[in-house]
Design a protein around this ligand. Structure first.
Ligand code: SF4
Ligand code: SF4
Length: 731
């Protein structure tokens, strides 16, 4: 073919290829974006623009979250950066196809670009080989339940594309084309020696070059189309997903506009949570498109790791599958996603998708799967009624099972691990809100906790009048008698009513008095913050409690709050702002740490506690509020204690199992708290320190159930400090 004919046909072929690809992928994107647009919950994510730009550089450009895992992170980072560099090679190919006279080597810096392209070809190919090895040979457990075929196909696709691209350069170099910049492409030059025997300018070499050149461009445009159907959609969607990340405090749940729902004229807006896919927001839908199925969330999920019917990864991919079914205009009622069942053994989770077969719901199948429990509040008849044969797949009951939603401890480990910042917990909470507020469906024990909060202002159901009994004879003032106190100590329901948790309040009072801190308590004016109600899904009850508490605190002109319960801490610090409550909140471990550092309390070496101690991070103190150091620094200062870290600690700490209202629900074996106790035992610890009354209760239960009380004991950090105080005011 003459050069003149090639000069005419080449741009036509390129434009045709591009047009087919852009039309096909455009149609898919139209649908994907349409689904995001048709969500009924409006949400703006344009606040804090500079923080968003920063997040883009940290999480996308620098691959910040992934680099937490050195090996996999570096591997992925090089693939990502290589991909960016190789985009220049793709652009070069497109321009060359459109303009035959284009001389790449005439561009400034072309040598350096060519070298980088060659270098990153090698790096990305190595990355792909390692990634395939990881998938096919190592196959880590975190990949369980992922779309393996898709992952392998896409890796192979990128690999073949890059090889064609490199061979395109190699054949050009063999032809002796100066614009191929052979001197800057050592790998392509080495490959060129394979083709040199064909002879520079030979017909065979020209044909081979044409094949490699057009193959790589065809694979590029084909890739654009396939992306829209693949889990590798994250290559594109992770960028906006990171940019539109949540910029509110991490521990704050979205405040529901109850009035707006009650007064909504449009029937589609008359719901409190998410009972259908479209009830989520556009950002929730973008999350679904962005899941890479890496499984890191699943690996760290305490529910999944104890065989509960919840895998955060599968929750997201099941929602995505439902979204794609809706996109396809039909409902795939034939799905039998047995991937989790196939896991077998520990970590197996009977998530929603496993239950869905051929349009018929088979509740009996649940019992065959390891670790499954049949919840008392969901009968097989309920499920069968929720999923009529052949009908559209409902969100709850047909895609996500109710027990999946109730298994979550809202520990946030999944969100903390996710490299593309997917938000699992808000989705779970939205579905819980639907169950509780729209359907009145919730576990019986959770229901009675809510009723107690409503009736006696504490989830324990104990007399409100006994709230301050713990403080009797401890010399603690009430704020009504001491209106100018610098701090209000918000005791919380646990430390007010639970015998064991009362030791925290008593120890803290002793420490504050020893340090001369000016504080008082509310006494019977204190009522539950509403945190358990909010996490269980009763937003209405939470808001009632929030408004009432904010009013009480306003009446007493409270500005500074000490909280010994991380759940209360989180509520005051992050959630009451929406109700006009603006406070300086300090957790008791932060305050004790400060008092020790300022020398306002001193510890007595004569009271050394010769123990090996391990600190258990409360999720609501640690992961949700980034308070990791103060409790550890306190323990390090206590005479005699040898502090050891559990394998899972700090941001990777494992939940005790009580969060998300799970404190008030029954749990089947193996229990999360038992697993956590095992981890403390693994460290040969003789003591555990907690900084949350619920963690304390869960450790107590675990130690007692395992009958290891003679070798392991648990107490709050404050209790260890109070024991070591040099001059206690109250003994
Ligand atoms: S919040 Fe915790 S329990 Fe809930 S899905 Fe995430 S990791 Fe699992
Ligand atoms: S960590 Fe994030 S990207 Fe990975 S599987 Fe979980 S949700 Fe998907």
């Amino acid at each position: 073919m003459s050069a003149a004919v090639t000069a005419i046909l080449s741009p036509i072929a390129l434009l045709l290829l591009a047009a087919v690809s852009l039309i096909a992928s455009g149609l898919r994107w139209r649908k994907l974006l349409g689904l995001m647009r048709h969500t009924t919950r409006h949400e703006s994510r344009l606040d804090h623009p500079m923080a968003r730009v920063r997040a883009f550089f940290v999480y996308v450009v620098a691959q910040g979250r992934l680099l937490r895992w050195p090996l996999a992170g570096v591997l992925h980072a090089f693939i990502f950066w290589g991909f960016v560099v190789l985009l220049t090679a793709i652009a070069q190919g497109i321009v060359e196809a459109l303009w035959q006279g284009f001389q790449f080597n005439q561009l400034p810096g072309s040598g350096a670009i060519a070298f980088l392209q060659d270098l990153f070809f090698f790096v990305v190919i190595c990355g792909i080989v390692l990634a395939l090895f990881n998938r096919l040979v190592i196959n880590p457990t975190r990949f369980r339940g992922s779309h393996r075929g898709d992952a392998i196909l896409i890796l192979a696709w990128i690999g073949v594309l890059l090889v064609c691209m490199e061979l395109n350069y190699a054949t050009r170099i063999a032809e002796g084309a100066p614009e191929a910049l052979g001197q800057w492409r050592p790998i392509a030059s080495a490959l060129a020696s394979i083709f040199r025997p064909l002879g520079a300018g030979s017909e065979a070499l020209i044909v081979l070059h044409g094949i490699f050149f057009w193959a790589h461009l065809t694979l590029v445009f084909g890739f654009l189309v396939y992306l829209g159907y693949s889990k590798h959609l994250h290559i594109i969607t992770s960028v906006p997903n990171v940019f539109f990340k949540n910029e509110r405090p991490k521990g704050a749940l979205r405040t529901l506009d109850i009035e707006a729902v009650m007064n909504a004229e449009n029937e589609a807006d008359q719901h409190f949570g998410a009972g259908a896919l479209e009830h989520f927001s556009w950002k929730d839908t973008l999350d679904l498109y962005t899941c890479t199925e890496c499984g890191r969330c699943q690996t760290h999920c305490p529910a999944y790791n104890t065989g509960k019917p919840l895998s955060p990864k599968t929750l997201i991919t099941d929602l995505r599958d439902l979204a794609y079914e809706n996109l396809a205009g039909g409902y795939a009622a034939t799905k039998h996603d047995a991937h989790v069942a196939a896991d077998g053994g520990e970590g197996a989770s009977t998530d929603s998708a496993v239950m869905w077969t051929s349009g018929d719901y088979h509740p009996g199948a649940m019992h065959d799967l390891p670790g499954h429990f049949q919840p008392s509040w969901l009968s097989p008849d309920d499920v069968a009624a929720a999923v009529p044969n052949g009908g559209p797949r409902p969100l709850i009951g047909g895609t996500i099972l109710e027990e999946t939603l109730w298994s979550c401890t809202t520990c946030g480990a999944c969100m903390d691990q996710c490299p593309v910042l997917i938000e699992h917990v808000p989705k779970i909470m939205d579905m819980r809100r639907h169950l509780v507020l729209d359907e009145s469906r919730l576990p019986k024990q959770a229901e009675s906790a809510l009723r107690n909060i409503e009736n006696v202002a504490n989830p324990y159901g104990l007399s409100h009048q006994s709230r301050a009994d713990w403080a009797k004879d401890l010399g603690v003032s009430f704020i009504a008698d001491k209106p100018d106190a610098e701090y209000l100590y918000w005791v919380g329901c646990a430390a007010s009513f639970d015998e064991r948790a009362r030791t925290i309040a008593a120890a803290l009072a002793k420490i504050l008095q020893a340090a001369g801190v000016d504080f008082a308590i509310l006494g019977t004016e204190e009522k539950c913050t509403g945190d358990p109600a909010r996490r269980i899904g009763n937003e209405y009850l939470f808001q009632e409690r929030a408004k009432e508490n904010v009013e009480v605190l306003k009446r007493h002109n409270v500005r500074k709050i000490i909280a010994s319960c991380p759940h209360c801490f989180n509520t005051f610090a992050n959630e009451y702002g929406d109700f006009g409550g603006d406070y300086e909140v300090i957790h008791h471990t932060q305050l004790i740490d400060r008092l020790l550092k300022e020398g306002r309390i001193t510890l007595d070496p004569a009271k050394a506690q010769e123990e090996t101690i391990t600190y258990h991070d409360s999720c609501y103190l640690g992961r949700w509020n980034d308070i990791f150091a103060p409790p550890r620094e306190i323990l390090e200062r206590i005479p005699g204690l040898k502090v050891v870290e559990m394998a899972r600690s700090k941001s990777e700490g494992m939940c005790c199992g009580a969060g998300g209202g799970r404190m008030w629900m029954e749990e089947d074996q193996p229990r999360v708290n038992h697993r956590r106790v095992d981890q403390a035992v693994d460290m040969k610890a003789t003591k555990v320190a907690t900084a949350c009354p619920f963690c304390l209760a869960m450790f107590d239960e675990g130690i007692s159930a395992k009958q290891i009380g003679d070798t392991l004991a648990v107490d709050d950090v404050a209790v260890y400090v109070a024991r070591a105080l040099k001059d206690p005011v109250v003994d």
